[in-house]
Design a protein around this ligand. Sequence first.
Ligand code: B12
Ligand code: SF4
Length: 513
Amino acid sequence: MSNVILTNIMKVRDYSCAPVSLPILASYVEHNTEADAEIFDMTLEMAKTQSYKKSLRNLEKRLDNCEVLGVHTITPNYYLVVNMLRGLKKIHGKLPTVVLGGPHATAVPTITLEQTKGLVDVIVIGPGERQLAEIVRGTPLEDIPNIAYREGRKIKLSKRKLMEPFDEKIERKFLEFCMTPKFSKRMGKLKELSDISRYSCPNQCDYCSCVRVRGGTFNRDPDIVAEEIAEINDRKKLENIIFVDDNHFLDFNHAVALDKALKEQGIEASKTTYADLDTLTKSNLQSIKKMNYHALFVGRDFVTNRLARIYGRRLAGRIRDVESEKKILDRAARTIPLTISYIIPAPHYTMEEVRKTVDDMCDYCWQGIRYGILSPQPGTKIREKLRKEKLLNSWAANCDKMNGRPLDFTFRFLDKDVETWAYSNAVEEIKLDYYEKSHKGTWKLLNFGKANLLIAAAITYPDDKLDSCMNRFAKFWDEEQISASKDYLKVSKTYMKDKDFVSFCKKTIKNYA
Ligand code: B12
Ligand code: SF4
């Protein structure tokens, strides 16, 4: 049994790749303390047992010899963490020392401790390896920097110190946890590993949490990264590696050195990563292709300068406005496979901006498109702005009361039609889920990143425009995708009259959490 257990919990359906924090923390604890560490990911357990209760019991069984239970938190999953700890306490009684870390706990350490009285003992702020090791060693809490803890009834914040993240080799037995699981809708069949090669991004967009978590930007030593990946590659023959860096090509020499180090280790896997459009210059793109990047995640985020200004999207370097950004995006999209992400809806959108955004997505229909609602995360400037403008909904202030249900937006919309669009979008997602479940095996869209785009077009365009849009998609999508899409558009129109769908819909909304 392990002295330190590290866990993460999210909805199984949201799990497409693993958080790299857990193997980093586990490795650091084993390298630097006498304790044994173990990763017990609740999400993977739930996928295995198909039961939350069983998974909770399985985690509880491991607590007998556990001294520290470390939990990773991101805001969308925080309510799950709180429920999990309540459940554990109920069946186990006294819990070991519970430590929370990660973007959510970092953003609101004292509030989190206030909300978790009787459940959580310590919050670690920012990169948390060293603090976790100190807690495990039993160092007095007041001597550990960057933590929040309880002293009697008081909540104390220790002194702040700029800490660089851990840069030692991550142990193979832990890093293996970052293999993309087979059930992942993303790349389940691919032998794929997530790792990190550099931290943070200097752009500081008002809605992004990354700067808050990290402090400064930091490159890991490429030789160390290549060495740890080689240990997995020797056994698994990796096909792809996802670097979860916030802005992978910001220091292009680092990316080149990483590629060289990987090749020296005999690693032939392709690479996927998160890139800022400004770093995708013409010459960089050619090198990126040669360096075998399989696909890039890029953020287009907002398609009008008005929205970019309101939401504090920092357009860096050569990107002066959304038009010059589009030119760079066009060139990148012709050179390398992309997954382009957009933030829609958000409170200040007009319907014209909604249509413009969907048109912009359709311009890239041969690429992967992802869009998501603005998430005003705690600690970000955008959350403060929405709060001041009285646009945050009451439950948004209480992240532990959030429930992840698709129709519970955390903010109010200024335009009623945009609000209706947002609800239609949420319902359309449920329809797609229902369609998928009743057409097992024939539905290949999600795997190709096309489903999001289809939904956006379906809820935005009138029938005649949707027809011409489908004709446009037909030039780029394969026959199977087009025929499934057309079938979906036809069948889903009847769903609201289908009793089974209505009960599926109600159940999804009610039981999402
Ligand atoms: C991989 C990833 C995912 C994966 C896995 C999610 C998961 N459970 O963590 C997937 C693809 C599923 C995902 C989905 C989403 N994600 Co995501 N994701 C990332 C990404 C790119 C990498 C995470 C990672 O591995 N980082 C590397 C590790 C080393 O850094 P770290 O997690 O911060 O860990 C360090 C410290 O925080 C601390 N720490 C972390 N955990 C713990 C625990 C303990 C006990 C201690 C002591 C310390 C500690 O120590 C670690 C080591 O230094 C980050 C961006 C980023 N680069 O971090 C976004 C990020 C975590 N995602 C984010 C969001 C918002 C989402 C989505 C809502 C989609 C979106 N709009 O981006 C969905 C949510 C899905 C859901 N409902 O669960 C935000 C979270 C913001 C917040 N305030 O919570 C981030 C920070 C992106 C951003 N810049 O805004 N995501
Ligand atoms: S460019 Fe992307 S990673 Fe960088 S601060 Fe903005 S949203 Fe965050």
